[in-house]
Design a protein around this ligand. Structure first.
Ligand code: KIV
Length: 287
């Protein structure tokens, strides 16, 4: 039997039963069709697409219309996987009304099952408004890449008493606002443990240690497809970039050496048709 699509209730039950939740990012149809056949519980069409798919240096430049293209591609292959669409920078900060409207576009035009946005206490009212509109929201606290400039770069957050306490309060505020899950990025494992034990909603960690209710990785990092940098918290489960390079070099060598295409890759024609065609072309002076 194939996998059954999870719901937000499934994730809560998984937390209660101590069953770990697994999540990766996905951005396109081909990759999503493999993810959909895997044991992964949910995916995020992350704004990390700005870096992994479009080559920007941060997640800031990507806009909602571009994200919707990735959402739609993923949704066409994501039949058995819960789909979360990231809200890009400036699609939810300007006003609560705009945030609800844009979250609605991600659901209606992007065919996602939920949205994710960055920020804790400061975004709680926005999260509550989107939830009131009937849209499930995943929060994102700790290192929030859209505000990396303000945070002093892509660095671990919550190492000192004051910032750790703020992150703890951020988690409480998101739970209170109705978030169905909280993604925690680059925070110390003991802080993630305190939060996970306190809140009733599942926590999903990336660089947040083993005590979270689930784990997420950017799929390009997990598969070894992104070589600009590899964060400390990433484990590469494959080196597909190297495999791709090997396959491309073999193709180039076989084309140059005449081994490709072989007979198996060619369409044939009856010999008498070839002769007839040659004779006709010669008669017309075309050969
Ligand atoms: O956009 C993204 O890929 C993320 C990661 C933290 C999973 O938000």
């Amino acid at each position: 039997m194939g996998k059954q699509k999870a719901t937000i209730r499934t994730f809560k039950e998984m937390k209660q039963k101590g069953k770990k939740i697994t999540m990766v990012t996905a951005y396109d149809y081909a990759m999503m069709s493999w993810v959909d056949k895997s044991d992964i519980d949910l995916i995020l069409v992350g704004d990390s697409a700005a870096m992994t798919m479009l080559g920007y240096k941060s997640t800031v430049p990507i806009d909602l219309d571009t994200m919707l293209v990735f959402n739609q591609a993923v949704s066409r292959a994501g039949e058995h996987t819960f789909l979360v669409g990231d809200m890009p920078f400036m699609s939810y900060e300007v006003s609560t009304e705009k945030a609800v409207e844009n979250a609605g576009r991600i659901m209606k035009e992007g065919f996602m099952d939920a949205v994710k946005l960055e920020g804790g206490e400061r975004m709680a009212e926005t999260v509550a408004a989107i939830v009131r509109a009937g849209i499930p929201v995943m929060g994102h606290i700790g290192l929030t890449p859209q505000s990396a400039s303000q945070l002093g770069g892509f660095t671990v957050q919550g190492k000192d008493f004051t910032s750790a306490k703020q992150i703890f309060k951020d988690a409480l505020a998101l739970e209170e606002a109705g978030a169905f899950a909280i993604l925690m990025e680059a925070i110390p494992a003991p802080l993630a443990k305190l939060i996970t034990e306190k809140v009733q909603v599942p926590t999903i960690g990336i660089g947040a240690g083993p005590y979270c209710d689930g784990q997420v990785l950017v799929i390009h990092d997990l598969l070894g497809l992104f070589d600009r940098f590899v964060p400390k918290f990433v484990k590469q489960y494959a080196k597909l970039g190297e495999e791709i390079q090997k396959a491309l070099n073999t193709f180039a060598a076989e084309v140059r050496g005449g081994a490709f295409p072989a007979a198996d890759h060619c369409f044939n024609m009856q010999e008498e048709v070839v002769q007839q065609l040659t004779a006709a072309l010669q008669e017309e002076g075309l050969l």
